[in-house]
Every structure is written in structure tokens, then in C-alpha cells.
Design a protein. Sequence first.
Length: 368
Amino acid sequence: MAPWLAFSGNPSSVHRTGRLSRRAVEQARAEVARAVGGRPEEIVFTSGGTEADNLAVRGGAVAAREADPRRTRVLFTAGEHPAVREAARSLASLGFDVAELPVNADGLPVLSDLEASLDGRAALVAAILASNETGVVNQEIPRLASRARASGVLVHTDAVQAVGKMGVDTGALGVDFLALSAHKFGGPKGAGALWVRKGRRLAPLAAGGGQERGRRSGTENVPAIVGLGAAIRLAVARRESEAERLALLRDQLEKGLCATIPSLRVNGTAIRGTARLPTATSAVFPGVEAEVLLAALDLEGIAASAGSACASGTTKPSPLLVAMGLTPEEARRTLRFSLGFTTRPEEIDRLLAVVPRLWAQAARAEAC
């Protein structure tokens, strides 16, 4: 990214610096397309996952209704990231009927409910590929997409948590839109992309100069896009070896916590055979508020989170965890640890030495 931070060429300009910038953007576009099994012309660069989700949900639904006025219903699962959930809810102000679909104990959508909702009124359905809180992977996306396609319903999947950590192939998934974000696989914050299946229409969120084939106006952020392209190339190259390495570390962490903290429960493991990413552990810590543990961990130099990092600063329990059947109290006692390519075995050892001690101290204090 470094050379492009001081490079002033606008990718839309025809002079030499503009052409060089355009070349860099298109190289990154090709890298993203290759990573998700798409074509370069299907990639729309955005400011991150939130904008990509909004462009798909709002832009896709509006375009579907413009093509067929009967398409006035938008569906989303209770497991969605706030970027999808709130984008869908905002469509109510535009006259759409918005419905949230239930999930099971692992946060996966109930397919019978989903399929029953895919009628002639539905414009779009959103179903997350991998949960940002529990890491649970929705392996039924291809089936959902096939059923939706037969009913003329668009399908969007938020793959922000999945890209770079598991194999993602838009052809196999069968969806119409797929969102990703650079910072989830080692790239810069403020850079993302939306894959749009060839032939699918989008109503743009902002009017402007018509960049990104008229789908996302605004001068492209060349350094961030270059960083996204480089990061996704590296993430895909190391994905399989990293997944194996991190799965061992995650299992070590979860087994160690369960062995030392009585009644600790790992979320996303209620149903046998549920697939999870190896990069997240979400667990209910009995008798202790998550915020208390977070503060104690921070003093030890350990970073963790309670629920979605995008919802930090709120005292409300995670909507996903409550939808999975946890009580509000259990949801407020849930902590999430995230693992990545920088995670080392000695860090897991330290967690297992520190977390049980801090939990025991906090539990005694709360009992008093």
C-alpha cells in the first residue's frame, strides 16, 4: 500500500497517473474475484462490510421491486450481523414488509420457515454464511439459494467473517450477492467489496459520478483497495494450513476452559455436526457479567469481546444469543475470544492460566 498513499492519480482520469491507479485497482479486483470464484466485473469496491451489506440488501430489494412491484417483502435470519439486520429493517420506511426468521440452538436458520416464506411477494432473503459471534457456518446456503432462485427471490450472504478463513465459492453457493471486508483477513480497515452476480441489478445508495459500473459512486480509495487485494491473496494462500493450526488452538482453549470453569458452555455446539470456523470461541461464563471479565482481562493485556464488536458500548444482550435460546442473563455473561494468523500457542497457554483465575475472583465478588 505504501507507494499509493502518496500517489495522487484518480483512477477515473485518463492521464498516466490515473491509468496507473486504475491498473492497481483492477489488479486488486481480479484478486478478490479469484478468491470468491467470481469475475472481476462482478466485484464492487466499498468502504467495508457494512456498506457492502447495505448495498446488497437495500439496493437489491429496491431493484427487485422496481422490476416487479409485487416483490415487497424482505427476509433476514435472526443470526444476521447488525449491518444486515438494520439495513433490512430500514426498508420498512420505504414500504417493504420486513420479517425476521428464527434460528435454532446453534444460530442456524430453520430451513422449513425460510422456504415457506419464499413466495411471489419476497424480493430478497439474507442469510449469513458464518456467524461473527460464534463462528457457526451455514452449510445450507446452496439449498436455500436453489429454492430462492426457483421462486425468483434474490439471496444475499454476509461472508465478512468467512472469506479468507474458509473456502468461499460463489458458484457453489448459488447466491446473488456476497459481502466481504478487508480487515477480517489482515487487510486495512475501511475497505470492502460486494460480489454481484452477473445480470443482477442494484439500486445505488448514493448518486454521483457512476464509478464501479454505476453501482457505487465516489473516487476509489486506491491504497485501501490495493491493501485489500494483497491481503486476500495472502489469506487464500495460507487458508488451509491456518485453518488446521487454529482449529487445534481453539480446541485447546475450549477444552481447557471447560476443564477449569464449572458449567462453562461453548455457544454453537448444541447440535452435533454443526460446522464452525476455527477463529472464534463464544462461551457463557456462569455467575459473572462479561463486562466485569472484559475489564479484568484488559488489565492483563488480553483483548476479548462480549458479543459483536460492532455492538460494543451497549448493555443490551446479543440478539443472536437470545434468538438461539439463551436467557438475557446468559447472553450478558458471554465472552468471545477471536483467533487469527497472529495467534501463537503461548497466547493460548496464557489465556488458560489467566482466565480461570479472573473468573473465580469475579464469581466470588459477585456472590458477595
